[in-house]
Design a protein around this ligand. Sequence first.
Ligand code: ME8
Length: 520
Amino acid sequence: MPDSKTPYYVTTAIAYPNGAPHIGHVYEAIATDAIARFHRLDGRDVRFLTGTDEHGLKMAQTAAREGVSPFDWATKNAARFKEMDERYGISFDRFIRTTDKDHYAASQELWRRMQAAGDVYLGKYEGWYSVRDEAYFDESETTVGEGRTRFAPSGAPVEWVVEESYFFRLSAYQDRLLKLYEEQPGFIGPDARRNEVLAFVKRGLADLSISRTTFNWGVPVPDDPKHVMYVWVDALTNYITGAGFPDETSELWRWWPADLHVIGKDIIRFHTVFWPAFLMSAGLPLPKRVFAHGFLNVRGEKMSKSVGNVVDPFAIADGYGVDAVRYFLLREVPFGQDGSYSHEAIVGRLNADLANDLGNLAQRSLSMIGKNCEGRVPTPGAFSEADAAMLASADELLEKTRAAFADLALHTALSAIWAVVAEANRYFAGQAPWALKKTDPERMATVLYVTAETVRQVAILAQPVIPEAASKLLDLLGVPAEARGFDALGQGGRLAAGSALPTPQPVFPRYVEPAAEAAS
Ligand code: ME8
């Protein structure tokens, strides 16, 4: 039966499986996962694609150094990326590898369509090429360092390369791209990136070399297999492979065009200049939005193997817990800006926001309910002004959170949710239900009800970011699985008085430094 819900298609960049994943990779996966989960809970029919980008010279070179075939090298590392996603509860619908068979078919069909449109021609390419960036650079973009070595803007060395190459007529797309940015102002986000791309395209576009003959680790060019496609042509195509292309009768095709491509700021040009031009040429619809998140550094320093400060996603999941890492990265770093990772910062967030503010509130209210209300959701009396104000704040959260997610201001969504947590803590302390136990048990029941109901709404809304802990909280509140979507928020989904609750348990343990633990 066809799903009547509106499709929502979101993707991450596909990572190079040229080594183990690092915290930048998990950051992108977590953010995209929160977006996918948010829209699922909000009733959309979500498809979430992630995976690995396995071709190209760099992959072939590393594999050769490792003494294995490029495919085996990619297979080994792709497994590690998938394992990372599974460890972090990344709810992808498909983990695509660009070595998947259907991806070859999609890439070759895209190529044929661009060729049929008259946008592909054979020529000679010469220029400054950076192996590390897998890109050619204009001489004006390079710098000359010591010993006359030339460098790309990334700092990688470039070399002069001449090869026969197919070209894509990118120069013909300048006007159409500028029109796209103007007519679809949300196409590129955040605004700073949009301005950067606009300025780049206004300067004029050179045709793009889209094939290589100097190595063969790539998708063969149709009818000319001594050429393989430039890795970015096949990499970008993954987004339509994941929607069933070229079979436009596939049930997956209803997801195209994508609603959102989430990527890092270093690859914005590929996604907002090359990719829409390829799609225009092939006569395919364009994605609705491309959003670039910032870069994570470690204590203000760029991550690098030589500095030895690369953060391993598996180690921090073991050390702090998956939900703590997820919450920290999305709360601490304004989405779209650069951010900094450190042990102190994550422990601060974990202990203050999770263990203290939300964890203690839930634990204190639920254990009072356990002890004083026979372990059942208490029956509230008439609501006071304070109760009504508390419930109103909780009821208003959905709209605030929706608006923030629509802007991809994930940090703003979390700060709105945690503002209600703070308000609930003030409410709980102000109403002092423990003091009402003897003087006014009915009033105590009302206060506990209002607190538990607030925690219910907070937990439902926090599911996209801290899925495991939120689900535990909802278990403790006796909320059935089918009442955890956003349609259960607000007045319509209030906790049912009298329903039995399990024994309360702490959900967020405080982080204690191992040394302090040993000493105590
Ligand atoms: O660029 N902080 O792969 P990749 C935040 N295969 N994000 C980071 C980061 C950091 N320190 N380092 C990398 C590629 N990223 C291509 C993509 S898509 C068709 C092809 C982000 O493994 C980076 O910006 O180098 C990108 O979005 C993703 O991680 C994969 O990077």
